[in-house]
Design a protein around this ligand. Structure first.
Ligand SMILES: NC(=O)C1=CN([C@@H]2O[C@H](COP(=O)(O)OP(=O)(O)OC[C@H]3O[C@@H](n4cnc5c(N)ncnc54)[C@H](OP(=O)(O)O)[C@@H]3O)[C@@H](O)[C@H]2O)C=CC1
Ligand SMILES: N[C@@H](CC(=O)OP(=O)(O)O)C(=O)O
Length: 348
């Protein structure tokens, strides 16, 4: 990327789990940056972060922080995005927002570059980055839709604790140590920070990510169901999700069951189509026990797919196991990828 015209970048939420990965990804990609602003709440203002060998001081985010900024990468929570994204846009910045604040707004494109890159152009100053579990699933679904068409998707997730932020990972680590030492450790964050009730995540599985809706689904499940339709431009695609949190630090895994629109497809052909997917790596060789895991995917940018099997009772039904780093492809990398497309295509 370094041969592109340099621009001014702000990272809001720079001290968070996603923000830290954004900074690492910008460095790793040699993103053409003229000026970099690192923003947080007043709690972390004044702390130092090193980028390409230079130490930057984190500043408290205010509307004026976005003066002169070309692209602002937001990951500080939905309410902060609602407050500060319009201020950033008013000052001429393009906001790439990682939160759920604007994802279902019809005026805001919701983008996974491998799936709907062209939607970037339709923005009015804000581009939304989808939910982490949605991103990796649609990346795997895209080549199947292109080749066969999709009829139905059922997904169960196995999600990492880093999806709930840095504090939740710290709590999982402390809880694990305490439980192994036979000590009491009161849960205070998961399933939902700020709620009255909390459960331990260490040595556990929590079938609740985000708050419950009236129909019994959680908001995380609804995000997967609704965002998939929007990103793929398939309003009528049936998608149903169950989202579960496990004591894993990084990478979400998903058991995805898909019914395609063709009946005579065999497993080798299906695998070939998956392997052709942009940003998708096939890792599927049962005889060698080859399949992706959260640990093997952590720190990598791709979406990994394995365990592909045909449903013995349904001609067009296939199972697959989809794994990706939730902080990279699920958040930071997808956002930086959008920013790269904007710069490369002169869409600012
Ligand atoms: N983790 C993930 O896998 C994914 C997360 N996201 C979204 O990204 C956002 C951030 O998530 P994550 O990094 O995990 O969260 P963290 O809790 O790890 O970090 C939150 C960040 O936001 C900053 N922040 C909090 N309140 C304010 C405020 N009032 N003004 C300015 N900055 C503030 C924090 O600063 P301070 O240090 O000062 O507290 C910190 O930098 C969330 O909206 C989340 O939904 C999206 C996709 C995936
Ligand atoms: N909810 C996801 C991460 C996340 O923050 O998603 P969203 O940006 O959709 O709220 C998880 O906990 O794993």
């Amino acid at each position: 990327m370094s041969n592109q015209k340099a621009i001014n970048i702000a990272v809001l939420g720079a001290t968070g789990a996603v923000g830290q990965k954004m900074i690492e990804t910008l460095e790793d990609r040699d993103f053409p940056i003229k000026e970099l602003k690192l923003l947080s709440s007043s709690r972390s203002a004044g702390s130092k972060i090193t980028f390409k060998g230079t130490e930057y001081t984190v500043e408290e985010a205010k509307p004026e922080s976005f003066e002169g900024v070309d692209i602002a990468l937001f990951s500080a929570g939905g309410s902060i995005s609602k407050k500060l994204a319009p201020e950033a846009v008013k000052r001429g910045a393009l906001v790439i927002d990682n939160t759920s604040a604007y994802r279902m707004d019809p005026e805001v494109p919701l983008v996974v570059p491998e799936v709907n890159e062209a939607d970037i152009k339709t923005n009015n100053g804000i581009i939304a980055n989808p939910n982490c579990s949605t991103i990796q699933m649609v990346a795997a679904l895209k080549p199947l839709e292109d080749k066969y068409g999709l009829k139905r998707v059922l997904v169960s997730t196995y999600q990492a604790v880093s999806g709930a932020g840095n504090e939740a990972v710290d709590e999982m680590n402390e809880q694990s140590k305490a439980m192994l030492n036979g000590e009491e450790y009161e849960a205070s964050i998961l399933p939902v920070k700020g709620d009255e009730k909390h459960f331990p995540i260490a040595f556990n599985a929590l079938p609740q990510i985000d708050v419950f809706e009236d129909d019994g689904y959680t908001f995380e499940e609804k995000k997967m169901m609704n965002e998939t339709k929007k990103i793929m431009h398939m309003d009528n695609l049936p998608v149903s999700a169950t989202c579960v949190r496990l004591p894993i630090a990084v990478s979400h895994a998903e058991s995805v069951y898909v019914e395609i629109d063709e009946e005579k497809v065999d497993v080798p052909a299906f695998k070939e189509v998956i392997a052709s997917g942009d940003g998708v790596t096939l890792q599927d060789n049962p005889s060698e026990q080859e399949y992706p895991t959260p640990l093997s995917a952590a720190g990598k940018k791709d979406v990994f797919v394995g365990r592909i099997r045909k449903d013995p009772d349904v001609d067009n039904g296939f199972h697959m196991w989809v794994v990706s780093d939730n902080l990279l492809k699920g958040a930071a990398w997808n956002s930086v990828q959008i920013a790269e497309k904007v710069v490369k295509n002169n869409w600012l």
